[in-house]
Design a protein around this ligand. Structure first.
Ligand code: PNS
Length: 156
């Protein structure tokens, strides 16, 4: 299971899921609430649609949107053999390491870290939202339908 807040999904996430799909029979992409990130830009329904569009090219990938549930609980429920997370740089590590250990304590499920390519280490949903909000070009960082939705969101 690959958990995240995906607000919105970007090519760093997609790379990690493509790699996970080559390692596992099935990958559940789980959009969850991140209590550190209140007031998401996109609704659960919008995020679900963007995730489904982004993984339409991969067989063996399904998408779930769940609010107010622990990642560990959901991983257990879907029968995940591992939790997959992406690591961009050392700055991600402290927080991810703590979450991996907590998730293991809660369920016994281990976290597998997959790195993104060096050309994608700077991509984050937060920066994508910020660049799009002020009219910057996010093409090549997110799939075209996501770029279109960002543009629509900020012209509302
Ligand atoms: O894409 P993000 O925002 O880095 O993803 C973080 C996410 C959603 C995976 C994390 O906040 C999470 O697991 N949320 C569900 C609540 C939970 O399980 N919290 C305890 C983590 S040890």
């Amino acid at each position: 299971m690959f958990p995240g807040s995906f607000d919105p999904i970007h090519y760093g996430h997609i790379e990690v899921v493509e790699k996970a799909a080559s390692l596992f029979d099935h990958v559940v992409v789980a959009s969850l609430s991140n209590p550190q990130k209140a007031n998401p830009l996109f609704s659960g329904e919008e995020r679900k649609e963007m995730l489904e569009e982004s993984f339409a090219h991969l067989s063996g990938v399904s998408v779930v949107i769940v609010e107010g549930v622990l990642a560990a609980t959901l991983a257990k429920e879907v029968g995940a053999s591992a939790i997959v997370k992406g690591l961009r740089a050392v700055t991600d590590f402290d927080n991810e390491f703590q979450m991996a250990q907590m998730n293991h304590r809660l369920t016994g499920i281990d976290t597998l870290f997959i790195t993104t390519s060096s050309s994608r280490t700077f991509i984050s949903s937060r920066l994508i939202r910020e660049v799009a909000r002020y009219g910057g070009d996010v093409s090549g960082l997110v799939p075209d339908p996501v770029a279109k939705r960002l543009q629509e969101k900020f012209s509302e």
